[in-house]
Ligand binder design. Sequence first.
Ligand code: S3P
Length: 747
Amino acid sequence: MMDTLVVIGLGLIGGSFSLGLKQKAFKRVVGYDLNALHRERALSLGVVDEVIDTLPDLEALDGLDMVLLAVPVNAYKGVLSEIKPALLRRGENCILSDVGSVKGPLLNAANDVMGEVPSHWVMGHPIAGSEKHGPDAATPELFQRHKVILTPTETTDAVVLNKVVGLWRQLGANVETMSVKHHDHVLAQTSHLPHLLAYALVSDLSSQTDSRQIFHYAAGGFRDFTRIAASSPAMWHDIFFTNRDSLLDALSSYMDELNDFKTLLETGDSKTLLVKLSESRSARQYFQALLERKRLDQVSSEQAVTLVARSGGNVKGDIQVPGDKSISHRAIMLGALAEGVTDISGFLEGEDSLATLQAFRDMGVKIEGPDNGRVKVTGVGLNGLQAPDKPLYLGNSGTAMRLLAGLLSGQSFSSELMGDASLSSRPMKRVTVPLQSMGGQLKTESDGTPPIRITPSVNGLKGIQYELPMASAQVKSALLLAGLYSQDKTSITEPAPTRDHTERMLEGMGYAIEREGNSVSLVGGGRLQGIQLRVPGDISSAAFFLVAASITPGSDLWIRNVGVNPTRDGIIQLLRLMGGNVEIANNRFAGGEPVADLHVQHAPLKGIDIPEELVPLAIDEFPVLFIAAACAEGETTLTGAHELRVKESDRIQAMIDGLAAIGVEAQGTPDGAIIPGTKAGKESVFLGGEVNSLGDHRIAMAFAVASLRSQADIRILDCANVATSFPNFVLLANQVGLSIEPAEAIS
Ligand code: S3P
């Protein structure tokens, strides 16, 4: 137990800190507040053991082990000047900490008054405020399960930092650390802006002539939205001014958004408005799931999103699709394992890659963003990850789970990987079995499905020479990531080339990779260097538009900045074999990956026998290729694609059933399908109707594309997961000429 804690500022936060640690971590708590009534009240409520009447009295106190500043941000400089003699007398023996909600100005105050930021000052910010204030509001439980952000600087003493972390944990808080700059930027968006908006709304409504009416009838929405406008004006005045620059940035971006909403209302664009509202709701539910560490499908039963794709239309325009999902996952993973910063642009802000990002935050990696596709990962080196304190939740993402299984097999801590309903039924033995033969300790459910529980390998991992039984980039990548932690060489041979983003990125980060024919190998124990990484547009997302334009007379579309890695370009090759008109222009390189602009125009398609060697190169594109095949003249056969049965859904069955529901009788086979095709020149191929996407993003988007050649609308059930890989699909699709809206719009 430490001796004396002095709390300066006996409001909600200072008082609660004191109550929670009094007689637990400190023998004595002494309080000070500028307001004499607060001092008396805190003493009589037992919030503190003693009070001092002036700050210079601090110098005479014995056993001073910690001072907590819990005053308004603008008061820091004055308070620091007054307590400076006491701080100097105790020197490094006294921990200094604070709870200010803006950190930059505190750095300045410290520099101005002390000439430096003392190494024993750990700046902190508990995210636990409320509209209540004063010592009466203080409670020892205030911080339980709340976040506390600590913002150590380069000079902060690690031992002191640990002590402060320990105190907050004792109060039940979840402690995170980040830089001062990042803290102020994030808080402007998540706290300061909402407070400003709440005050502004109340101010606007109360200045109107019928304000009494408004307040009289204002129900839940108004109350929820404006609760925080009852907070302390003096405190928020200070916060707004002290974090002015970041707040102004956040405010301008919000005003742009408001203007967009205003235009939608003015122009009566109900479809786009509904799409925006639906996307916001999905985003909120997703973050709620992350926050509560629940599966997305548990968060809300109103999750079921039905889309209605109107029949007809064609596709024209010049667009960009979001960043590549596979590359986005790897950028976070390898960025985290690198030394130094990896600065990512074009990152896919879809649910799958966000799940990976969150998993690495849960393992102590500092990740800033995503902010318009920009993400900054401060690498911790190959051995710098920290044990997560809960299972890592990976949502719908097979890539995240399988790659992490490899990476985590090499760690010295235990971990558990879990996912949503779809991921929880996908096969994991394809990674756990070879990883076990490298010495990895992994357990799945008895049928080989998640969760995967991983414990540290007993004697460390050893290299492996492995012939992949199936063409899988996920398995190859999992083994390469485990190989980074083995003493010797890991070699993997694949039956057919699969996407090589892991190899390219490892090389880009300075890791030696040997490639020979269909084999790739690396030797463990090397190092990765942080880099600047531009993620190209995802060809798997572009595929929906390539097919949409190909099957619809009159279509002409440019898709810019698409990754055209030869291990991913199967969709272009297959469409061309079918007679499609896809031009690849402006070939270039970005982030170690080939990139180009794609120009696609309508062309009459012909059915083909899909060459098996092209299957792995288009593995994610088959749902929409089934639609292309149904619109082609003559039959298309697919073989060698058993893998499609173990994707986010059984994609062969899901497509056969969906096609049948809209009037096309295709036939499934164990490893593929026979799709009958249509007669040349027939306008409507599909009758329309209702299909079930089974929560699989690519099935949902494929049937949306089918609407272009449908006689009647297509209702697509269970579409919330479109945000897995393509959060703005509906907006972009409507922009180029499809007509998709959530079912609520028309019910
Ligand atoms: C992926 C590989 C593919 C693909 C998935 C992403 C990757 O899976 O279907 O969407 O990023 O490595 P398999 O490697 O299992 O075929």
